[in-house]
Design a protein around this ligand. Sequence first.
Ligand code: FMN
Length: 167
Amino acid sequence: MNAQRVLVAYGSKHGATAGIAEEIGRSLRDDGFEVVVAPAQDVDDVRGYDGVVLGGSLYAGRWNNRARRCAERNGEHLRHRPVWLFSSGPVDGSAEQRDLTPVRDAARAMERVGAREHVTFGGSITATTPGLLARILVRQGKAGDFRNPERIRTWARQIGAELAVTR
Ligand SMILES: Cc1cc2nc3c(=O)[nH]c(=O)nc-3n(C[C@H](O)[C@H](O)[C@H](O)COP(=O)(O)O)c2cc1C
């Protein structure tokens, strides 16, 4: 039997969300899926996939524009396959402590594509992150990498398990 194909698309400004997408992709590959990990802005056709994961970073309470537009552009075909959304944001432990409500753009995207689930993962700001706020947070010792590979992989394994029963 051919492996199911999964697309993991991401809207990322400075690479942290791309890293989460890669981790999801690795986990799904380990579980036997054929996976493509791609920037959301490059996704014009999702018809070749059995399932889609779409993530975006959070800036000032907004879901990444490229992820949002990807959901809009491909909405019709996304509605006809299982889709999972994620956000990458909090640079503290909050995403680990409770389920965070998706921001408005992500909630709208969920509705548009009929997503099965949305999850928020911790984000990352480091000394190499450009911008004034990032510099200030780093200087104040409030920055850091709050992405948790184990939590990300656990979620990816759940997606794999759900996909396995849809075939
Ligand atoms: C200027 C700025 C604004 C941010 N605003 C938010 C926010 O509103 N909510 C949130 O959870 N995280 C916020 N973050 C944290 C980012 O979402 C986090 O660093 C994320 O991992 C960035 O992903 P990216 O590197 O893929 O763009 C902000 C970060 C910066 C630098």
